[in-house]
Design a protein around this ligand. Structure first.
Ligand SMILES: Cc1ncc(COP(=O)(O)O)c(C=O)c1O
Length: 506
């Protein structure tokens, strides 16, 4: 790939980062302002998609080359709701069945190989199924099996590792998932502060507990997706606008007359893994406002901890949250992974066992802190450290994004590519940037439908070209994403972009 010439991308890796000397996977932080300006320009246009004839050809790939997948998912529809169980699985034109994951690649049941930019939704920063983690896991399984319900020494080992890398995590409690960890952190915050309100950022995803299915994807969408969830469950959840400290403070003030804010919960790179990026000093600003208004600060580092670096995004931004939520990467992608860490006095509220006579924050999980996850997580952290995996993955993300920006500029397309190290965003249909206007809700609903279909089409086209992405708009790179893998992927993206229907541009 040629050296980047375009002015549009300012996230070029610096030499220190390229030499692997840096600790963090973000070598040059991109200012969000120009990104938002480009996204605004993209949203001012009608969706610019793939030509109908080219799309037809792409869909033929699935008919021709994914016959076994098609048969299995057709049968699955009779037994599994919707025929597929993973939120991140592609449904368009039908889900593909995968049988092998290795490093930077996925293989489906029909024998097709794909470049894997989904990386299971982010947990596999070392690449899929690394031997250095798999072998101790197999050893453990031979010795003790995955679970006993009793203490295993690797619980201590992994907790020590996490505390070592993240100074704000003085103690660590392992849980079953990111969703559970968010629930627990909120419960701790409420117990500690005696306040009820939880302030999140519009569009952010913090798992699927009742109280958190609120303003997902689109800021301001509130209970849009809270079907089956009583109003009372989201009564104490409210939102501030992304990357907007004034909005945060307004809400903190408002909450004062509603009983106060127990905690502000944020993803430190911005909602939806940085889909809505934040200013570099935003997190410090949130910390300041939390202190001013007596709220705890929860960092949801389900995606960023051990992806941005072993010190997490909190290390990169140099901001100390009161509580940190962990998920997927904490188990290296092995089930069941989650945890909450933070200030000693707060985490001690979770004391397990049969302690009585004190106020305790109830938490649990039969499979929480099981030996399998503890061993997998411990060796994952060790291997990340040994190989400087976060930096490698970040540089791969830079190379991929840089290549996409070049491609977009060369073809004069209105699309937007940006990244926070190994978290890469490619907005074409930009479904998450629809402006929610409740007075024009039918128009908005129609636009959501149209843009969602466009995103699915892009996702399917990338896949037919041999690249698996997250929902056609996000890509996670890993330490296994070599320069060759990135350059190969860029050739494939170029083939899709050669088929864009340019009618709507200008
Ligand atoms: C930022 C964030 N928080 C929480 C969660 C929920 O984690 P889990 O899927 O382990 O419940 C996710 C999952 O993708 C996430 O991205």
């Amino acid at each position: 790939m040629g050296k980047m010439e375009s002015q549009a991308y300012d996230g070029v890796a610096n030499e220190a980062g390229r030499a692997g000397g840096g600790q963090y996977g973000i070598t040059n932080y991109q200012s969000p302002k120009p990104i938002y300006a480009k996204l605004d320009r993209l949203m001012a246009l009608p969706p610019i998609g793939i030509k109908a004839a080219a799309m037809e050809e792409y869909l033929k790939f699935f008919e021709r080359s994914c016959a076994k997948s098609k048969k299995i998912v057709a049968e699955a529809k009779s037994y599994i709701p919707g025929g597929v169980q993973h939120n991140l699985a592609f449904n368009y034109p039908f889900p593909v069945v995968f049988t092998r994951a290795e490093g930077a690649y996925l293989h489906d049941i029909d024998g097709n190989r794909y470049i894997d930019f989904l990386q299971a939704g982010g947990p596999t920063i070392l690449g899929s199924n690394p031997r250095e983690v798999r072998e101790p896991v197999i050893e453990l399984l031979n010795e003790c099996g995955p679970v006993t319900g009793l203490f295993h020494e690797f619980e201590l080992k992994i907790a020590k590792e996490i505390c070592r890398h993240m100074p704000a995590v003085e103690k660590f409690r392992m849980l079953g998932s990111g969703t559970e960890a968010v629930m627990t952190a909120i419960r701790i915050a409420r117990l500690h502060t005696g306040k009820k309100n939880i302030l999140k950022i519009g569009g952010a995803y913090h798992g699927w507990s009742d109280q958190m299915v609120y303003s997902l994807k689109l800021p301001g969408s509130r209970r849009f997706e809270a079907h089956g969830i009583p109003r009372v469950c989201t009564k104490y959840t409210c939102e501030a606008k992304p990357n907007d400290l004034a909005s945060l403070e307004r809400n903190l003030r408002l909450n004062k007359i509603r009983g106060g804010t127990a905690a502000v919960i944020i993803e430190p790179v911005g909602p939806e893994s940085g889909t809505r990026p934040v200013d570099k000093d935003y997190n410090a600003g949130v910390r300041r406002l939390c202190d001013k208004h007596g709220a705890l600060l929860i960092f949801d580092e389900v995606v960023t901890a051990f992806r941005i670096g072993l010190g997490g995004a909190q290390g990169y931004f140099d901001v100390r949250p009161d509580l940190t939520v962990f998920g997927k990467i904490v188990g290296g992608g092995y089930p069941s992974a989650g945890g909450v860490g933070g200030r000693r006095d707060l985490i001690d509220l979770l004391a397990a066992g049969l302690e009585s006579g004190k106020k305790k924050c109830y938490s649990g999980g039969t499979l929480a802190a099981n030996p399998l996850t503890s061993v997998a997580g411990y060796y994952t952290i060790k291997e990340i450290e040994r190989t400087n995996a976060c930096v490698k993955a970040g540089l791969a993300g830079d190379r991929l994004t840089q290549g996409l920006v070049e491609l977009i500029d060369r073809l004069e397309l209105p699309y937007v590519a940006y990244n926070q190290g190994s978290i890469c965003h490619l907005e074409t249909a930009a479904g998450m940037f629809i402006k929610l206007d409740w007075l024009k809700i039918f128009k908005v609903l129609k636009e959501i439908k149209v843009r969602k279909l466009e995103m699915e089409k892009f996702g399917a086209a990338y896949m037919a070209e041999g690249v698996v992405t997250l929902a056609g708009s996000r890509m996670y790179t890993s330490a296994a994403t070599t320069d060759e893998v990135v350059d190969d992927a860029l050739v494939r993206f170029a083939r899709v972009f050669a088929n864009i229907d340019r009618e709507g541009i200008k």
